[in-house]
Design a protein around this ligand. Sequence first.
Ligand SMILES: *[C@@H]1O[C@H](CO)[C@@H](O)[C@H](O)[C@H]1NC(C)=O
Ligand SMILES: *[C@@H]1O[C@H](CO)[C@@H](O)[C@H](O)[C@H]1NC(C)=O
Ligand SMILES: *[C@@H]1O[C@H](CO)[C@@H](O)[C@H](O)[C@H]1NC(C)=O
Ligand SMILES: *[C@@H]1O[C@H](CO)[C@@H](O)[C@H](O)[C@H]1NC(C)=O
Ligand SMILES: *[C@@H]1O[C@H](CO)[C@@H](O)[C@H](O)[C@H]1NC(C)=O
Ligand SMILES: *[C@@H]1O[C@H](CO)[C@@H](O)[C@H](O)[C@H]1NC(C)=O
Ligand SMILES: *[C@@H]1O[C@H](CO)[C@@H](O)[C@H](O)[C@H]1NC(C)=O
Ligand SMILES: *[C@@H]1O[C@H](CO)[C@@H](O)[C@H](O)[C@H]1NC(C)=O
Length: 827
Amino acid sequence: MQSLLKSLVLCSFLQHATAQQQYREPAPAYIIAPDPTEYQDWLPPTSYSFSFGNKNDSVTPWKPWHHPRPPHYPRPPVCGVQNPSPQREFWLSTFKGAREGISPFLVDGHDYKVFRNVKDFGATGDGHTDDTDAFNRAITDQSRMGGGKGAGGSTGQPALIYIPPGTYVISSSVQLFIDTQVIGDTVNPPTIKASSQMRNNTVMIAGYDFGQPSTTNFYIGLRNVKLDTTGAASEDTIYALNWAVSQATNLVNVDFIMPVDSQHIGIEMDGGDSGGGSGLFMGDLNFEGGLIGILFNNQQYAIKNVKITNTRTGIAVKHAFSLTIQGIECENVGICVDMGPIDVAGSINLIDSSCERCGTVVNGTSSILLENISVRNSGPTLKVNGTARPIGDLTGKTYAQGNVYRDGTGRPSISSNGTAPIARNGTFLPYTNRGSLVGSDGRYFTKKLPQYEDYPVSAFASVRDAGAKGDGVTDDTAAINAALASNADCKITYFPHGVYLVTDTIYVPPGSRIVGEVWSTITASGEHFADENNPQPLIQVGKPGEVGLCEITDMLFTVADVLPGAILTEINMAGAKQGDVSLHNTHYRIGGAADSRTETACQTESDPCKAAFLVMHLKSTSSSYIENAWLWSADHDLDGDYNQQIGTGRGMLVEATQGTHLIGTGSEHHVMYGYQFNNAANVFAALLQVETPYFQPTPRAPAPWTPNPAWNDPDFSGCTGNVSQCYMQWALRIFGEKTHTLPLYGQGFWVFFNGPNYGACTGPDGVCQINIVDLEGLSKGDGVDLYGLNTKGVENMVTIGGSGGRVAATQAENAGSWGGVIAAYLF
Ligand SMILES: *[C@@H]1O[C@H](CO)[C@@H](O)[C@H](O)[C@H]1NC(C)=O
Ligand SMILES: *[C@@H]1O[C@H](CO)[C@@H](O)[C@H](O)[C@H]1NC(C)=O
Ligand SMILES: *[C@@H]1O[C@H](CO)[C@@H](O)[C@H](O)[C@H]1NC(C)=O
Ligand SMILES: *[C@@H]1O[C@H](CO)[C@@H](O)[C@H](O)[C@H]1NC(C)=O
Ligand SMILES: *[C@@H]1O[C@H](CO)[C@@H](O)[C@H](O)[C@H]1NC(C)=O
Ligand SMILES: *[C@@H]1O[C@H](CO)[C@@H](O)[C@H](O)[C@H]1NC(C)=O
Ligand SMILES: *[C@@H]1O[C@H](CO)[C@@H](O)[C@H](O)[C@H]1NC(C)=O
Ligand SMILES: *[C@@H]1O[C@H](CO)[C@@H](O)[C@H](O)[C@H]1NC(C)=O
């Protein structure tokens, strides 16, 4: 160790004579701030105490609808998507479609401004004037307030904060609120710079909306900015960003520039009493300098493509139950990932990464999966409880520390309760090349959020020009279908913020590019979606067999009413090449908001509504790349205080075989399953997050639904002994004899309550639920690999053969994390 460090210093000195510092490991007791209180289990907030103060009650997207004349929307004479090339201006800076957003449920919502350019509020971006107040004015204008306490509940006051190129100096915090999307110019990303006046212990950008618990901080975004703390004193503790937020948020394409060898921290995630939140995804981030890149504190996350240079600790995990990190590049960093400092880390998967001149790559205590990590000129690849594991470079290798099940027989071959010797010392696992899931660089394929910075403003067309209104009263079906048909392979279709009511399926043809604005909403309404025996898609991406391109970003798909036959999204299309069919930062909501009658119609405890049939269906012909998606059946009301008993039948159904990437997805509170893989093949996942409906087992699943064999629904018929907790949603089902090659990294499957009324868990041994993961009819060697399986509140972590099947792994024998943790379950 000693001599290695000495040679590292020398090596570094020769190679990088100008580098200010060669990092050794930080002192163990470094700053954990600003609130080091221990994490407490999540409890439902007793009162949300906000409401939609001035709601326009004549906007009722469930009916009646105003039918406009069918639009005549010819193919635009000039296209614009054919030849992308570097642009001088970012299209958003001038595009008129981005000034057409409305908030239909707000009284006088047509006068409400969604788009806000900080320069219109007095920001100068001149590199010396203090622009703090201008930023906060842009964000709070028109009575926008925190925590949904403003006039428009949580969903009624969306704001797109656009930051043109420039250097904006701020001296104190800029506060974001729920439903705020900050977008810097992508062509010339702006810098937000801390002034020398910035006081110790300041958060520059407060992304966490303190008006609500961090676990309900939804719909907040920040992208394309450089957060520069170098103007503030190095010895002060400065946080570039507080990101104690939860699902349906996005943090992408942000640089954190901090003085080398300072006390500055890039991201902190403390949300007061409510912990750090329940998030899904962040990615394409860059950290330079500072004490810590990400001071991580959240239930679960997928983190993708992060570069960290000259930082003392790259990612310091204060708390995480399930963390999957894909593509981290640490260079000249003391510890690349430190799970150790407070030790409430449950499990971590670190894959497709590299370390160059790191003191330690991973410092940990608990369940760890490392795969394909290039380690050069560095100290130990892994330290566990202070002892280095001599495992060296992990290029093309997989190494697990923790409990490993590997033969599908249900016996832990290595394990189990922390006493088995090999578990303590870790083990190499077979590394498999996953063919079509891997990109040209030998890593799992990834794709950045498309932002079209290489396209001129003339490449964009607003759906308003095709006659769509987005006002929640007009039937926009024909206008949207006409716009998409005309714009395919020609224009990028922009949806100004609004609620687009549709009464029939929206067909998205190959060649489509769809851009929303602070989650523009398309909502299903009417008969077409009402029949559970003939369910119909709201959004249909291609027809079976179609191949091509479809990119969807920043959209929200919902139901306007109780619609037992609604499938929110069906994907049939395969990409012409990897990632061509992609959905980024596009989410699904059933109930819980002013835009749906389900908010008021589904209030009876123990009698959840059949509010939708299925959220997402990836059909067998499809291939797709889905990054940052939250499939949410509401457990509480965002805009008022109505009790929400939403009983969507199913979460995500995957039958795709041709290459599917699920990066940072969550599927919450659906009656029969969160994720179901049926004859699926070649699916990569970084984080699958599921919560069981809070009302279950009252009623017992599958109620209120009747299982439909045509949809391969689980029927819970194997449950015996009249144990209610057996009749609860499966977080994950994998079956079908054609199933193969499912490398799934990071599962967080949580059960908190036994309904009704958020009741305590009353199952055997005090558990909330008997089964959670179902594997059926698989053959050994199918490549169904669960890495980092985490559960809370269950008896059995893995069951083979359905609800009456064989128990393969229990939570008790895998105690850890939030309940149980398995480092690798390889079938
Ligand atoms: C309420 O919404 C209806 C339907 O969009 C609209 O015609 C009316 O002007 C709105 N009223 C107010 C006060 O915003
Ligand atoms: C900054 O504040 C933190 C937390 O209160 C404190 O620990 C630290 O000593 C302060 N730093 C300086 C330079 O005063
Ligand atoms: C590393 O992990 C250990 C626990 O194994 C912890 O005590 C320590 O604080 C961690 N960090 C450092 C910098 O040693
Ligand atoms: C721990 O696991 C081993 C091997 O599976 C088993 O023999 C032993 O009884 C277990 N100990 C406890 C306390 O459960
Ligand atoms: C585990 O590792 C330690 C330290 O290298 C060694 O002393 C011990 O014998 C190992 N145990 C087993 C079962 O391999
Ligand atoms: C590391 O230390 C913790 C705390 O003492 C202990 O619970 C855990 O089992 C240890 N891990 C290993 C792999 O020895
Ligand atoms: C692992 O990642 C590296 C890049 O860090 C890549 O070159 C390599 O092909 C990957 N796969 C294998 C099997 O080594
Ligand atoms: C099964 O349990 C439920 C609720 O605990 C109870 O109401 C019902 O009578 C039981 N049925 C039988 C057949 O015991």
